[in-house]
Design a protein around this ligand. Sequence first.
Ligand code: GMT
Length: 380
Amino acid sequence: MRIGITCYPTYGGSGVVATELGLELAQRGHEIHFISYAQPIRLRGQEPNIHYHEVEVSRYPLFDYPPYDLALATRMAEVAQLYDLDLLHVHYAIPHSVSALLARQMLADGPRGRRLPFVTTLHGTDITLVGLDRSYLPITRYSIDQSDGVTAISNYLRDRTMRVFDVKKEIEVIYNSVNCDVYTRIKHPEKLRAEYAPNGEKLLVHLSNFRPVKRLSDVIEIFDRVRKEIPSKLLLIGDGPDRSVAEWMAVQKGIHEDVLFLGKQDQVQEKLGISDILLMPSELESFGLAALEAMACEMVPIATRTGGVPEVIEDGVSGYLADVGDVDTMARHAITLLTDESRLRAMGKAAREMARSRFCASKIVPQYEDFYRRVLERSS
Ligand code: GMT
């Protein structure tokens, strides 16, 4: 198939999912065309079967708000025509599904009367936060209903979208996935660990875009409690609005030498594959891709019981769940694990097994292929 993929190309779970999906589909012989305002961060630009088409937005002085959605719709239609795309797959409803809807209409009404179906994948904040803003809700609902196929990344997100948006369209759940060959434990991690933990300290990680929903201050609170009991280091991967608050907190608590801000990283598996525990104390996660990537690397996730997270982590088996804000319980779980190496490693293996058996890309990507085929059949 020839598939156009649109996503937010910057740091963020939906862009990562879209890019990894495109890479997997390309490896399986499909021709993939990314259409966005920048090259998605996990693309190198040299992968076979992958093309990237940049969307230029003109900055005419009259445009206080440059119309990206329109430029995107135009580029989608152009690319679809030039490369004879079979369908578009947009990740994140706002504004991508609206642009896809416009592109589909432009082509249908064009000289060749061509049909260009589009699939929308809902990721979370497009529904839980942005879509609930009254100014976005009607158009989001409309573009979801107009999509030729809609998927959501967890049952939680599907149910919430149906309930809150009252959409008529059927929504199929296709879970996020992880490439279990790339995300795996590093065999002899000692040398790499020593870079961050020269005295054999334990390694805790938090990976996100540091937005308020991630509760970065809870990460610092949990780590502060753990560090009092066990020599350890905290690796903070990512960047975003709450970084300076976290930096300030680490200084105030006198733990800043053990809190390492690594910034945005391309090859996160290299850090996850050597670490022990992932902290994900989010207010809300529709899925929690960071936890899945960590689990594939035999790290134990300690997270909040919120949104779709319980669909990914089985409490007490492949990680631990606690209520949002309950930093004491999350710290207690971390301390218990870090003082018992064999329990830590056994749970890490159980986490990997859960990732491998339920969320491996080799299982999930064929579900998308099947979904595309059904959409194409219905649209022909
Ligand atoms: O969580 C974010 O801030 C980014 C956001 C996104 O859309 O890029 O993540 C959402 O999609 C991810 C990939 O499907 C999920 O793993 C995250 O749980 C989801 N975030 C939220 O629901 C808050």
